[in-house]
Design a protein around this ligand. Structure first.
Ligand SMILES: Nc1ncnc2c1ncn2[C@@H]1O[C@H](COP(=O)(O)OP(=O)(O)O)[C@@H](O)[C@H]1O
Ligand SMILES: [Mg+2]
Length: 404
């Protein structure tokens, strides 16, 4: 069972639940408020929490004070993936993600949660509100410095684009300023965010090849606050070849981003499924690498080649580069194989692997055809919940980096 568990919630129920107290609590009394949860215990300090904003909570659910008074234990409402908030008159900032990553004892809870059936409608509605965050009150902590992620895996179809789109949307919906750079000539991230990217649209190709400033090509993502996208058009298909003969060909994206340091909290660069010059440009421009790994047989094949390339870039072009985040995608709980792959990946990458694992979920694959992320297309789905948890873990790690 998890201590501090995002999945089993410390009660052993195995069902991932989102405690109602964490959603849109309103504080009448000014002053610091902390709702902290660990292993099934909420503690409230300072102000009282007197109303649940969205009305989805059953009336007999105790407020956080009552939960704290009950002293935890099995009788307490299970904790959630995002049990800890800190507010001081402003928005509620999540100050602690649940879950201890990478510890094998935690994996039981993780697996249990993935085995759980779909939650009842009310729980789904609660999740949806939490994820869509219409009041803007719930915030994920912002990193002290801009974080630039290269999202890469030279295998196609492992969930790079899906992860970029959904994690970016989740962070943006919770108070972070996020830029997605579509660096794949297929333009899937642009499609997923519903950003125009037909042939005449200025795009990332212009930044790479013609030194056009990012600010001239960036587009606001409609319907999501704080989210922007640099699209990719079909022009980008030629960039790989055109770049070969250019000066400073590996660092052209880095140069373009230089002028935007600090303008965003997160930049996610969605790479093509290759290790060519476009990916090298992303690796030089980024500080962190996120590797999505699909839970299937050849999962780790090719990853060694990717890490070799990352090491080369680190040695010669970008000493700050680190693989900080590995995300398991398309986990199919019906197969033993997915389990085996998960164990392999965790053994290989240790605590760089996020505790949150993305299940194979049909809503995730449907969303792009509506020009949406799964976060907005079906915010109550398991796909959306998992991406929310992944985004939260990323945000919490960023906040910890800043704190140390
Ligand atoms: N968790 C998931 N559940 C179901 N389908 C998924 C999931 N993640 C991705 N897909 C689908 O798998 C395909 C490949 O995903 P994509 O993100 O485009 O991979 P990549 O960018 O690595 O090529 C897409 O059709 C996408 O909709
Ligand atoms: Mg892609």
């Amino acid at each position: 069972m998890h201590e501090n568990g995002s999945y089993s919630g410390g009660t052993g129920s195995g069902r991932p639940t989102f405690g109602p107290v964490v959603m849109g609590v309103s504080r009448e009394t000014p002053g610091p408020l902390t709702i902290s949860g660990s292993g099934g215990l909420y503690q409230a300090h300072g102000a009282s929490v007197d109303s649940l904003r969205f009305g989805f909570a059953p009336t007999d659910v105790p407020g956080p004070r009552a939960m704290a008074d009950s002293g935890g234990g099995a009788a307490v409402e299970p904790t959630t993936a995002m049990p800890v908030y800190q507010g001081s008159g402003g928005p509620n900032i999540i100050i602690s993600a649940a879950g201890n990553r990478g510890r094998s004892s935690d994996m039981d809870g993780v697996r249990q949660s993935r085995d759980a059936e779909d939650p009842p409608l009310a729980q789904e509605a609660k999740r949806a509100i939490q994820i869509l965050n219409p009041s803007g009150e719930i915030q994920m902590p912002r990193p002290p410095q801009m974080r630039v992620f290269c999202v890469s895996n030279q295998k196609g179809g492992v969930g790079k684009t899906t992860s970029v789109v959904n994690i970016a949307v989740a962070l943006a919906l919770h108070g972070n300023r996020v830029l997605v750079i579509d660096l794949d000539p297929q333009g899937n991230a642009s499609t997923g965010l519903d950003v125009p990217h037909h042939a005449a649209v200025p795009d990332v190709y212009d930044c790479l090849v013609a030194d056009t400033p990012i600010s001239d090509v960036v587009q606001k993502v409609q319907g999501i606050p704080n989210l922007w996208c640099v699209p990719a058009t079909i022009d980008l298909a030629g960039a790989e070849i055109e770049l070969v003969s250019m000066v400073a060909r590996e660092s052209r994206l880095a140069r373009a981003l230089e002028q935007h340091d600090g303008e965003y909290d997160y930049i996610f660069i969605d790479c093509p499924p290759s290790l060519g010059l476009l990916t090298v440009n992303a690796l030089v421009a980024a500080k962190e690498v996120m590797i999505p790994i699909q839970c299937e047989y050849y999962a780790l094949e090719g990853v060694q080649q990717l890490t070799n390339n990352i090491q080369l870039v680190k040695n010669h072009l970008n000493p700050a580069l680190e693989v900080t985040t590995v995300l398991l995608t398309m986990y199919d709980r019906r197969t033993r194989l997915a389990d085996a792959v998960e164990q392999d990946v965790r053994a290989h990458f240790g605590d760089r692997v996020l505790t949150a694992v993305i299940p194979r979920n049909v809503r995730v694959s449907e969303a792009p055809s509506y020009g949406q992320s799964v976060m907005t297309y079906d915010p109550g789905s398991r796909g959306a919940t998992s991406y929310f948890e992944a985004a939260l873990e990323i945000a919490m790690r960023g906040a910890q980096v800043g704190a140390s």
